[in-house]
Design a protein around this ligand. Structure first.
Ligand code: PEP
Length: 254
């Protein structure tokens, strides 16, 4: 199975010229790493221009609305599909935290995107960590976000475990340990198994996000047994991001 590495550019860079330059450098750098699927999740503004230069990477978006029609300022799943987006991030902790996005809204987005045959990267993760067990909130986010999502659709789902305290933009952020990522992977897999049964659950990719870089990616993939990573800050430096992909490629035993 290919490893999935996603660049989440968030609200970067600040110009279309820089976005195209970054996309070109990433796409060129990763082309020889065939055991990795690379996704560039660009801001909406630059999606067309980024798409035009991606040859070896897939196009991603960072959010979607759950419907078309008259919703000022929103972008619909149909629009994303029609412009060539293949993957869409949903439920990122920055959207949950700063924009008050709820599990109910996330659930509507997941359903609308899957209906439009887009691949959904569903982010879950606790804000704070007390104790050593994975907090129940992670399971609740997962169950509520997947409420009513059918087995037949769920194969286009990727779950990204992103403990909020490990995301680099948060004050005092510290990367998670591969051992905890492994626990989270088992926990998420168990919940997916409860909902969909083992044959389906084992096909859903579980990836890690939170301060991933070229120094720690191999631990999350090997010891953490994660099937990929969602990379924020380190995806803005082409050389560093390509190094992450290179290591992911070396780590993949297929
Ligand atoms: C993210 O925000 O999804 C993320 C993983 O960011 P960073 O890699 O910068 O911690």
């Amino acid at each position: 199975m290919k490893t999935l590495i996603i660049a989440n550019w968030k609200s970067n860079p600040q110009t279309a010229k820089d976005a195209v330059a970054l996309a070109l450098a990433v796409d060129f750098g990763i082309q020889k790493y065939k055991k990795v699927d690379v996704v560039v999740a660009s801001p909406f503004l630059f999606i067309s221009q980024v798409k035009d230069v991606l040859k070896s990477s897939k196009l991603g978006a960072q959010n979607s609305f759950w419907s078309g029609g008259a919703y000022t300022g929103e972008v619909s799943p149909e629009q994303l599909k029609n412009i060539g987006v293949e993957y869409c991030i949903v439920g990122h902790s920055e959207r949950r935290g700063y924009l008050g996005e709820t599990d109910g809204e996330i659930n509507k987005k997941v359903k609308a995107l899957l209906k439009n045959k887009l691949k959904v990267i569903l982010c879950v993760g606790e804000k704070e960590r007390v104790g050593k067990d994975i907090p129940e909130i992670v399971g609740e986010q997962l169950k509520k976000s997947l409420d009513g999502v059918k087995s037949s659709e769920v194969l286009n789902l990727i779950v990204a475990y992103e403990p909020v305290w490990a995301i680099s933009t948060n004050p005092g952020a510290r990367p998670d340990t591969p051992a905890n990522a492994f626990q989270a992977m088992l926990y998420i897999r168990r919940i997916l198994t409860d909902i969909y049964g083992k044959p389906t659950a084992v096909k859903i990719k579980i990836i890690y996000g939170g301060s991933v870089n070229s120094q720690n990616i191999s631990g999350f993939l090997k010891e953490g047994r994660m099937e990929g990573a969602l990379v924020g800050g380190a995806s803005l430096k082409a050389e560093e991001f390509v190094e992450v992909v290179k290591i992911a490629n070396q780590t993949n035993q297929e």
